[in-house]
Write a protein of this length. Sequence first.
Length: 398
Amino acid sequence: MNPLKVTGKVYWLGINDRRKFLFENMWPLDKGVAYNCYLILDNMTALVDTVELRSGGDFVSKVDAMLNGRRLDFLIINHMEPDHSGEIKAIIDKYPGVKIVGNLKTFKIIEAYWGIKDNLHIVDDGDTLDLGYHKLKFVMTPWVHWPETMMTYDQTDAVLFSGDAFGSFGTLDGGVFDDEINFAYYEDEMRRYFSNIVGKYCNMVQKAFKKLEGVPVKAICPTHGPVWRTDPQKVLGLYDKWSKYQTEEGVVIIYASMYGNTEEVADYIARQLVENGITNIRVFDVSRTHISHLINEIWKYKGVMLGSCAYNSEMFPLMENLTRELEHMGVKDHLLGLFGSYSWNGGGVKNLTKFAENIGWEMAAQPADIFGMPNDEKLANCKLLAEGMAVKLKALRK
Ligand SMILES: Cc1cc2nc3c(=O)[nH]c(=O)nc-3n(C[C@H](O)[C@H](O)[C@H](O)COP(=O)(O)O)c2cc1C
């Protein structure tokens, strides 16, 4: 296959992984995932990141074919997570003189993983590396998404090698560049990747944005998903929005229900929201939909309604898992509604209320906890809850 040129002397080298079911052994890969790295064939040659170990046949041979007899001068490591650093050792074994470019934190991790201590070229914020045509500058972006994470910026052609930032789940099915794909296909997976993988570090994403303020960016080369060479502003805008917790009008209703009572309330509330003028409504069963999709939906919509039956004096365990994760991620700026059903002393809504206090989201109205089965009388509070949510959402319209 011909090497795919990004710009100047930069080439994309990516591997599609359709075999892995779970990314980080946790996140379902319904559409697979791509590991991207980049080879710069300048006066000096440089490989920016590698791929997951043995994910794409003989990776080293692919690099070697692209080098076409030249030696590899630099291996730049923006991120040490194994889905990008897996082939480091194989590359070093093949090109023993290669200089490994990273920061102090990178090198601690390299030593811990591979015992590598030689040929290290340490860089810090603002340091540069001249390859001939391309003049690289290093930008430290800790916690986007590990402590050692950095980005490499090519000052010549304004290319940002961004690591995991601006990445997406989903394999590259022929189209690699943003002008060759249907963005709608990737947008959801991109937000799912952002919210679940990077979302805990929104403040660090904003700090990285500050560092890049005023820097021209003509292409973004992330380590997953499409390469943004035509409209990089689009993903810059999305990341800015998502990392500021800016959402759309709409409500995601997530319920935990064993015998259908809480589920019935969820459907009732959904209908009430529609009758009160809200149209973007998504209802999910927490037992059926993977938490990564639920978090993705929460990142999209301003309104969140959580419902749980009582379960051994607690909320339903899978709902507890979701709420714990939301608290751990420190998700901000939502309107919250709570509901549930119980048979004796409760537990679902009681504990959801504790979650509400911890996370600090604004409550749409009083929680609605239903004793036993819902009926018209018992649903009156749920009607108020939906109305409260609709009123608050509509008040935000510009
Ligand atoms: C395993 C189990 C544990 C339960 N624990 C409680 C509880 O601690 N407190 C309570 O009031 N009801 C408890 N219940 C009763 C349910 O919460 C109640 O039947 C509720 O209406 C079920 O809602 P659902 O139809 O949405 O599942 C429990 C039921 C089961 C099966």
